[in-house]
Each structure stands twice: as structure tokens, then as C-alpha cells.
Design a protein around this ligand. Sequence first.
Ligand code: HEM
Length: 530
Amino acid sequence: MSNFYDKVTGKGWLRRHDGVAAFTVTEVAATLTVATLVIIFFSWLVKKLIIKTKPSLPLPPGPIGWPILGHLLFIKPDFLQYVTKQSQIHGPIIKLQLGRKVYIIISSPSIAKQILKDHDAIFANRDIPVAAIKGTFGGLDIVWRSNGPELHKLRKLVVSEIMSNKSLDACYEFRRREIQYMVKNIHGKIGSPINLSEQIFLTAFNVTINMLWGGSLNGEESNLGLEFRDQFKEFVKLMVEPNISDMFPMLRPFDLQGIESKAKKHISWLYGFFELVIEQRKLGEGPNMADSKDFLQQLLELNQTGDVKTSLSMKEINAMLLNIVTGATDTTFTTIEWAMTELLRHPNKLQRVVEELDAIIGDQNIVEEFHLPRLLYLEAVVKETLRIHPPAPLLMPHMSSETTIIAGYTIPKNSNIYFNVWAIQRDAEFWEDPLQFEPERFLNVIEKRNYKGNSFDFFPFGSGRRICVGISMAEKIIMLMLATLLHCFEWELPNGRKPDVKEKLHLLLSKVEPLVVVPISRSSKWRHCG
Ligand code: HEM
């Protein structure tokens, strides 16, 4: 009987327990299809409802831009002024668009803290511009390297090998020698106007390269130092120039503005300079290395280890040298130049610095590094200078590696984030009389207001895992050089004119006009300053 049933009805029958067929295959398939469709429909509906009840958060507000180009036509000539003005209109977190790139500008301490402290790991990346790709062998340096173990390795190397107290103390003699050379040079020009900006730059440059490989470019060779400055300046201009290749990566092969080829030219000059130094070192020339190794020597030895965890390629070494020479020179130079400018504009503050120096150093000694911790007013002057004129007023752009919600807004993955430290540090909400040069405001809070990036209304060196690696070196060079300039000489302005304070931004904020001043000898007691 059952065989007969199977034959007639086939295997496809579903039977009731009494053996009677209940559904056909077609009926079952139809039922399943309908059920699937119903499920899909309901999950779509649920999704829709959820989205309706919980809408995705908006992008930050900002000015209206042009289709495709976005805000490209508005950001020149002064990006810093433009974003500061837009933040005053649209609020402390704003969005700009340049081609396909999203730029987020932060100008509030609490939002900066959310990003640099609470979500630090997500925002610790960099979106490397085409010119910097060329200049750093595709991001092999510290500044442009993506966040990760390799970056950690390089940062650790710099912090523990060059920036440790031991290493900095070991090369104090280099700093001292270069600064004394500067004093001698200025002394030879007593009574005539000098371009102090140039002097400060060359000394900062020589101090840095002396610490790195025991070299310096003085006398005739100082032109090479100035040429280095100009080549690097041109390279930086190209890095910050709005580049169609960055905004529309598919156009990169055409290099429409010629930025990539120009960057190549400047960068070849700069690396040519390092290659010469490295070649000389390989030939055994350079300072006597019997007792200690300078940083270049340590880097070159890391090139020869077979250990992948610590070894460095020659490209990495070159890229790091560029970071350190330029990172250390331009920023410290700019800070000293601004501090001198502000003091010359505020004779009563200058007088207070000189009194402090005379009390602590006296008229028979030169400034030594062991004096520095006692120069509290001078330290306040440096902090006030970094508050009003932060050398990196937008820090370095950070990049988000995930879409993240910040302050109620969606920050898309791969956005470029700028922190407007310049505006925050001049905000009347956090600073009394913010535009006044008032070092006294730091005197009672000198410990609290430090450079560690833990107070988000004063963070000229950044904060979090991309904070500057050169803070301790910067502090020493700036304080020693300023103290020496102010202890050894009196300064007069040619024709009694106040120095101007016009600023211009090319990644770093510098003075438009160089500082030209007349050095005056302090009494005959200051013989050591000659
Ligand atoms: C007044 C002096 C200086 C100031 C104001 C300054 C400021 C800064 C700032 C704002 C950043 C970016 C932080 C960020 O991305 O959030 C930075 C990064 C950096 N600085 Fe400095 N800096 C100074 C001196 C130095 C010196 C002396 C060196 C020498 C080694 C140096 C080397 C670097 C390097 C290598 C980075 C990249 C760090 C990274 O991306 O992980 N800086 N600095």
C-alpha cells in the first residue's frame, strides 16, 4: 500500500501521521518564499523605525561651499584667520570641505579634550599630503607616520636617546659653545642695527646640528645654514599649498600644479645635505667619538643591526634627521624671535627679566644651564609667548581612523582635524585680557600651566600620543638663548620704532618682518660677554 502511495504521490508529499498527504512541494515552496519576504520586509521596517527614532547625528556646521571645490576658493590667503572667523560664526566645531576631503576645526578646550584624550587612539593618524609623501619616502618619518608600533618605536628612540636628561646634559657643551659664538658675533656689531632674526635662526640651527652630529655652520658656511632654511621653507609651503592631487587623488598622476615635482627639487637639496654629513661620518670624520656617541652615530648603528624590532633603514634615518633639524630649529627660533619682540614692545617686562637675570647670574658670570630653573619670570615670559604666538597654531593635522561621534556631531572616517590652539589661547572665556602680553599670569600657576598637554586651554606642544617629542630640548634652547641675549646686551630699536607683530602662517606661524635691533654693550663689568 505504501509503495502505491509513493508511486502515485512521489517522495515530495508531506504526510499527516495517518499517512494522508497534507501539502504539495509547490505549496511548501510558496509558503517559504512568502515567509522570507515577510521577514525581509519586517526587518527593513524595524530598521527604518529604529533609524527614524534614532537618527544618525549630523556633520558639524560650517559655511556653505561650492559644489565639488567646497571651500577651496575661500581659504587663501590666510587659512588661520578664515577658520577662526568661521568658528566664531558657526561654533567651536566646524566642517570645511576641499574637494573630497573633510576638514574639522576645533576651537574649544572641552572638544579638544574629547578628541586628544578620550578618543586619542582613533585620532592619532595623519593624512599625508602628496608633497610630504615625496619628502618622507612615503611617510617614513615621525611627523607623518601612521599611528602604530613603528611610530612608537621611533618616538621612543628620540625621547629616550636624545631627549633624556642624560643625553641633553651630555651635549650641553655644544649648546653653550654655539651660544657663546653668537654672543661674540653680536658683540662685534655693537651700536649698529643687526638682523637679530637671522642670528637667532643660525644659532638655533647650529645648536641642533651640533647636538645631532657635532657639526656647525659658522662664518662663511653660515650661508649654507640660511640656504637650508630657505629650501625647507619652500618645501613647507608646498606641503600646505591646497593641492588638487590631495583633494582628488585620481588626478595625482597629472601633478596639475607641479607641486610634486617642485617638492622633489627642494627635498633632494635637503637630503643631499644630510648625505654629505653621513658620508663624512662613514669615512670616520666628525667629532671624537671615544667616550660617547652622538645621535647620528646611534642612528647609523641601528642601520646595521639585523634586529627588525630596532633596526632603521637609511631612508628612515634621513627622514628622522629632517624632522629633528627642522622641528627643532624653526619652532625654537620663532619662539625666541617673538619673545624678544614682545619684550621690546613692553619695556617694563623687559626690565623685570633683566633684574631677575642680574640677581641670579650677576655681572661676572655667563648664563649657565644650571641657572635656568631659578629664572621663574623668564619662564613665564616664554609661556606667555607660546600662549599668544604658538609656533604651530593649528598643531599638526590629525586624522580620524574611524567614524566617531564628537560633541553630538558625526566626524567621518579619514577627516583631517585641526586644533585652533591660537584661538583657544586667545579666548577671553579662559584668559583675562587675552591679547595683553602679561607673563605675570603664569607666575602663580607655573607648575600647573605646563607643557604636558593636560590643560586644554594651553597646549602649544599638542597633547596625547602625538604630543611633540622635543619639549625638553626646546625648553633648554629657548631659555638659554633668551637669557644670554638679555643678560649680555641692552637692545635698542632703530629710530625708536616698535617692532611690528604681523604674523603669517605656513604650517608654522612666523613674523612677517625680521626683527632688526641695535645691540648695546652693558657696562664694562660684562667683559665675559665679548
Ligand atoms: C617651541 C618649540 C616647539 C613647539 C612649539 C613644538 C610644537 C609641536 C607641535 C604642536 C607638534 C604636533 C603635535 C600634534 O600633532 O598634535 C609637534 C610635533 C613634533 N615635534 Fe615639536 N615643537 C617644538 C620643538 C621641537 C623640537 C626641539 C623637536 C626636536 C626633536 C621637535 C620635534 C617634533 C616631532 C618629531 C614631532 C612629531 C611628533 C609626532 O607626530 O608624533 N619639536 N611639535
